[in-house]
Design a protein around this ligand. Structure first.
Ligand code: CAA
Length: 380
């Protein structure tokens, strides 16, 4: 498929693919086994300019297109979904809202450090009682004149421990419902900001998923992102982009699993024939590649709209819903076709299947995506 990348963009994509084959893929099983965050990969991706791919050059970024960033999400996730998740949260959930809603001082202060990888981003929306229902924020930020006093707990925060900059959503006016939510830029190390539980997860073991605890944290007034009450809109529009990246992650995981399967079914023999020679296998492989390609088209449709600054609520939700379903179907089928060896940790299929599951849950469950799609079709 040709998505009209310029030769310079294609060079970046090819360079990233080489890097992933040489540096990301060899670490994937180890990160999973040891539940270890890929600090060394973060450093290398930062040196390559990959943490600021679409940040404009004036803020220290690479100034590449949004579609190139989407391609990068797909590529990294072919080899390691934990590494992909780290990059995606930083790029989609923190960089984008800062670029879009930040004032000049905030952009000057934070974007160059995000582009260089000195500051990794995390997105603090979810709370114990506010997962799918993101309006139900219990964290509060009280205006104290020079600063806001932040109190509350955020749950399941990706990049949690290793981030340096956190987008934190909190109620500034409880009476206003979702129009009383505001968004703040919070730095690691501020007094009263600590870490709670480290989550033990089914998959994406290489991600750092933590609870964030805020006890009387003084957030300077200048760290309000947008205006008071803009928080819900910031969260929702940010998640539109995040969902395109998670969809790209789904495509990447699925393509990665299928690519791993092909040599296995060509080499392994049962009943005196290769597994690939059975028509059942051929049909399954054909179906999987067709589903992956269909998902990829949905991803790039949404990504192109985002690149063109068009509203893409429905298209992002469709891409996320479909591509992550494909990721789960394909990884499960790849494991099945690999048979007993697929169930072992000698091969990547069981890890990919575990990693794929989260894509149907985070950044809005696929039930939420269908609610959004139905809403966009006017039947909610
Ligand atoms: N763009 C712009 N505006 C939007 C919008 C969007 N995508 N979605 C909603 N809005 C606006 C609506 O137009 C509406 O505006 P008005 O009041 O002015 O009419 C307002 O926001 C409220 O919208 P809803 O009535 O639809 O709000 P709701 O409370 O019913 O919630 C929801 C809608 C879709 C269920 C939303 O809460 C949601 O997306 N929930 C899922 C949350 C989620 O994705 N969490 C992910 C956490 S982050 C994460 O997972 C990161 C990680 O670890 C990797």
């Amino acid at each position: 498929m040709d998505f009209n990348f310029t030769s310079m963009e294609q060079d970046v994509i090819d360079m990233l693919e080489d890097f992933c084959i040489n540096e990301v893929k060899p670490l994937a099983a180890e990160l999973d086994e040891q539940e270890r965050f890929p600090v060394e990969t973060l450093e290398k991706l930062s040196e390559m300019g990959m943490m600021g791919m679409y940040i404009p050059e004036e803020y220290g970024g690479a100034g590449l297109s949004y579609n190139t960033y989407t391609a990068a999400n797909e590529i990294i996730n072919k080899y390691c979904a934990s590494t992909g998740c780290m990059v995606e949260v930083h790029g989609s959930l923190v960089t984008w809202p800062l670029l879009t809603y930040g004032n000049e001082a905030q952009k000057q202060k934070y974007l160059p450090k995000m582009a260089s990888g000195e500051l990794l981003g995390a997105f603090g929306l979810t709370e114990p009682g506010a997962g799918s229902d993101s309006s139900g924020q219990k964290t509060t930020a009280v205006d104290k004149g020079d600063y806001y006093l932040l109190n509350g707990t955020k749950q399941f925060i990706t990049n949690g421990y290793y981030a340096g900059l956190y987008l934190v959503f909190a109620m500034t006016d409880k009476e206003q419902g979702n129009k009383g939510i505001s968004c703040f830029l919070v730095e690691k190390g501020w007094e009263g900001f600590s870490f709670g539980t480290k989550e033990k997860k089914m998959g994406i073991h290489g991600t750092s998923t933590y609870e964030l605890v805020f006890e009387d944290v003084k957030v300077p007034k200048e760290n309000l992102l947008g205006k008071e009450g803009d928080g819900f809109k910031i969260a929702m529009t940010t998640l539109d982009g995040g969902r395109i990246s998670i969809a790209a992650q789904g495509v990447g995981i699925a393509q990665g699993a299928l690519n791993e399967l092909i040599p296995v079914i060509k080499a392994r023999k049962q009943f005196g024939r290769t597994i690939a020679s059975f028509q059942n296998t051929q049909f399954k492989v054909a179906e999987m590649q067709t589903d992956i390609d269909a998902a990829r088209l949905l991803v790039y449709r949404a990504s192109q709209m985002k690149q063109d600054h068009k509203r893409c609520v429905k298209e992002a939700a469709m891409a996320k819903y479909y591509a992550t379903k494909v990721a789960n179907d394909v990884t499960r089928m790849c494991l099945q076709l690999a048979g007993g060896i697929g169930y072992t940790r000698e091969y990547p299929f069981e890890r990919m299947m575990r990693d794929a599951k989260i894509t149907e849950i985070y950044e809005g469950t696929n039930e939420i995506q269908r609610i959004i799609i139905a809403g966009e079709l006017g039947i909610r």
